[in-house]
Ligand binder design. Structure first.
Ligand code: ATP
Length: 555
C-alpha cells in the first residue's frame, strides 16, 4: 500500500468520525427540540385547563369602591387628588395617611375619572401600573430592577439567541410600563435611597437611560430598536402617585418638592360604620344595628371594617341567611382575636391640674393627650419632673437621622419662665408633669396645656373637663401655631370635648367644616385662661387680669 492510499484511508476515517459526530449532534438537537415541544404541549394543556377553572370573585373585590364618590370621609383629600390628576396638566402626587383608609382605592380610581375629561392628556388606553416599594427589590449590579428596568447582558443565563449573538437587551421596568399613564408606588417611603434617586432622574428626564459594557454603536448585529434605546433612552413619561403611612418629614425633600402633597385622614367611628354598611350592601347582606355597634368598637379603619363584614357575611351566607347579626359579629371578634379600639376620652369631671392636651401621631392620626400636674411647695428653688415622655426623639428619614432631646422638656422651661414673669410663684413649687397613656408628645405643642395645668395647680382652680387645647407658648405668653390642627380638632371632638382652644394663627376656613365642637382661636395665655378654667373670679397679677379662685383648696 503506497503512502497516498494510507493518507486517503486516514482522511476517510476522520471524515466518517466527524460526519458521525455532527449527525449525532443534529439528532440529539432534534430529540431535544421534540422533547421540548412535547413538554411545552403538556404545559399548554395544563394552562388551558387552569384557565377554565374560575371561582367566584372574592368578596373583597366586590366590596372595593368602584367610584371616587364611594370613598367615605376623604372628601378634602379626593378633591385635591382630582385637582392634581384630572386636570389638563396633571401633577405628581404623594398621599399621606394611616393604613386602610382608602389611599390605594382612590389612586386606582382617579385615573379612570381623568380619562373621562376631554382635556386630559391621559387617553382611554393609558395604563395604571402599581408597585409596592417594600417588595421592589433591585440588584445593585443592575441585573434586575422592577421599578426602573435593567439591561440583560449576554453573559447572563437565559440571554437566549440575542445573548449568544453578544447583544445586551434592555428590560422595561414599571416606570416605562406606566408611560402615558399613572405609576402608583404604595409605601413610597420605604423605597431604597438608590431607587429613589434613580426615580428622581426618571421624573426629571421623562425617560430611562441604560448602559452596558456589551453595547457598541458600531455593532451591526444589534437590532435598530436596541440602538435607539441605548442612544435615546426608553420613554417613561407618567404621573407618579405615591402613598405612604410615614410623616412628610421622613420623605426625601427632593421627591416632596416635585409632588403635590395630599393628606387622607383617619376615619371617624361613624364613617367606619358607613364603610361597613356600604360593604354589606355590596355583598347583598343586611346588617343589624347591634352588629354595627360591635364593629365600630373593634374596627380601626376602613379595611378592618370591610374585612369584618366579609367574614360575618360569609358565616351568614353559609347558614342561608341574608342578615348579619350581632352574634355573627361577636364571633368574628372572638375568632380573629380583635382588641377594642381604645381612644382616650375627656375626664368625667373638672379637676385641678388635669388638662386635656392634643397630640398627632403619624401623618394624620389625632389623640387626646391626658396631662396631669401636681405642685408641691418647696423650700428653695423648685425642681421640675416630667414623666411619661420619650427623653430623646429621632427625627429624619432613612437617609439622615438625628437625635434630639425631647422638646416637651424645653417647652416646660418656657412655661415656668412665663408664669414667673406674670407673678405666679412657680419657682416656689416642685412641679411634676405626667403624660399617662404612652401617647407620644410631639414637641412644644403641649406648651399651652402645661401652662394651664401648672397655673391651675398653683391657684387651685379646676380645669374644664370638656375643653381640650393645643398650642406652643412663648416666654411672653403668646400662643404660637402648631402642626396638624384639623386632626387635633377632630380628635378633641371624638374624645367628647365640647370646646377646643387653638392658636389663632392656625385658624383657617376649613375649621368651620367641623361641627359639634366650639373652636376658640386665641393669641395669648391670658385670652385662653377664661375659656379653659372653671372659675369665674378674676384677679389681677402685675397689672394683668386672670381668672382665679383662691378659695378652692383642692380638687
Ligand atoms: N374611606 C373609605 N371608604 C370606603 N372604603 C374604604 C375606605 N377606606 C378603606 N376602604 C376599604 O378598605 C379597602 C382597603 O383600603 P385601601 O387599600 O385603599 O387602604 P390604604 O389607605 O391604601 O391602606 P394601606 O396604606 O395599608 O395600603 C378598600 O378596598 C375599601 O374596600
Amino acid at each position: 500500500m503506497d503512502l497516498v492510499s494510507i493518507v486517503v484511508i486516514i482522511q476517510l476515517f476522520f471524515g466518517i468520525v466527524i460526519g458521525l459526530y455532527f449527525w449525532n449532534l443534529l439528532k440529539s438537537q432534534r430529540t431535544n427540540k421534540s422533547s421540548i415541544n412535547k413538554e411545552s404541549e403538556k404545559e399548554m394543556n395544563k394552562l388551558r385547563e387552569m384557565k377554565q377553572i374560575q371561582l367566584t370573585a372574592p368578596l373583597s373585590e366586590r366590596i372595593r369602591p368602584g367610584d371616587l364618590n364611594e370613598i367615605i370621609g376623604q372628601e378634602d383629600g379626593i378633591q385635591a387628588l382630582r385637582a392634581a390628576i384630572c386636570s389638563s396638566n396633571p401633577q405628581h402626587v404623594i398621599i399621606y395617611g394611616p393604613p386602610g383608609i382608602g389611599k390605594t382605592a382612590a389612586a386606582r380610581l382617579v385615573l379612570e375619572e381623568a380619562k373621562r375629561n376631554a382635556n386630559s392628556p391621559f387617553r382611554g388606553t393609558s395604563p395604571f401600573i402599581e408597585i409596592d416599594a417594600t417588595t421592589a427589590r433591585f440588584d445593585e449590579r443592575g441585573v434586575a430592577d422592577p421599578l426602573i428596568g435593567s439591561v440583560h447582558d449576554p453573559i447572563y443565563q437565559g440571554a437566549g439567541a440575542m445573548g449568544q449573538a453578544g447583544i445586551p437587551q434592555p428590560k422595561r421596568g414599571a416606570v416605562s410600563n406606566a408611560h402615558g399613564g399613572v405609576l402608583f408606588i404604595d409605601e413610597i417611603g420605604e423605597l431604597h435611597p438608590i431607587q429613589m434617586n434613580k426615580l428622581l432622574k426618571v421624573l426629571e428626564d421623562r425617560k430611562v437611560l441604560y448602559e452596558s459594557a456589551y453595547y457598541s454603536e458600531e455593532n451591526s448585529n444589534i437590532p435598530t430598536h436596541i440602538h435607539q434605546i441605548f442612544k435615546n433612552g426608553l420613554p417613561a413619561d407618567f404621573r407618579l402617585i405615591g402613598a405612604t403611612t410615614r410623616m412628610p418629614e421622613e420623605i426625601p425633600p427632593a421627591i416632596r418638592s416635585r409632588c403635590l402633597e395630599i393628606f387622607f385622614r383617619e376615619l371617624e367611628p361613624e364613617e367606619i360604620i358607613r364603610v361597613a354598611e356600604r360593604a354589606s350592601k355590596k355583598v347583598n347582606c343586611k346588617i343589624d344595628n347591634d352588629a354595627l355597634e360591635v364593629l365600630s368598637i373593634y374596627a380601626r379603619n376602613g379595611r378592618e371594617s370591610v374585612n369584618m363584614i366579609q367574614i360575618a357575611a360569609s358565616i351568614a351566607m353559609k347558614e342561608g341567611r341574608d342578615q348579619i347579626s350581632q352574634a355573627d359579629m361577636e364571633w368574628v371578634v372572638d375568632s380573629s382575636r380583635l382588641s377594642p379600639r381604645i381612644k382616650p376620652k375627656v375626664f368625667p369631671v373638672s379637676r385641678v391640674g388635669k388638662v386635656n392636651g392634643l397630640a398627632v401621631q403619624g401623618p394624620s392620626t389625632g389623640n387626646l393627650l391626658e396631662i396631669e400636674i401636681l405642685v408641691l411647695p418647696c423650700v428653695t428653688n423648685g425642681k421640675i419632673t416630667i414623666t411619661g415622655i420619650a427623653e430623646e426623639e429621632t427625627i429624619g428619614g432613612q437617609s439622615k437621622q438625628i437625635k434630639r432631646k425631647s422638646m416637651a422638656r424645653g417647652s416646660i422651661e418656657n412655661v415656668m419662665t412665663f408664669l414667673k414673669s406674670i407673678g405666679v410663684p412657680a419657682h416656689e413649687y416642685d412641679v411634676h408633669v405626667n403624660f399617662p397613656g404612652g401617647i407620644p408628645v410631639d414637641g412644644p405643642s403641649a406648651g399651652l396645656a402645661m401652662a394651664v395645668g401648672i397655673y391651675s395647680s398653683i391657684q387651685k382652680i379646676p380645669v374644664r373637663y370638656d375643653t381640650a387645647m393645643t398650642g406652643e407658648i412663648s416666654i411672653y405668653g403668646e400662643v404660637k401655631p402648631i402642626g396638624g390642627v384639623l386632626t387635633k380638632i377632630r380628635a378633641a371632638k371624638q374624645a367628647g370635648a365640647k370646646r377646643v382652644v387653638i392658636p389663632k394663627a392656625n385658624y383657617q376656613a376649613m375649621c368651620d367644616k367641623i361641627t359639634g365642637i366650639e373652636i376658640c382661636p386665641v393669641e395669648s395665655f391670658k385670652e385662653a385662661l377664661p375659656l379653659i378654667l372653671e372659675a369665674e373670679n378674676k384677679s389681677t397679677i402685675n397689672g394683668e387680669t386672670f381668672v382665679s379662685n383662691p378659695s378652692m383648696k383642692s380638687s
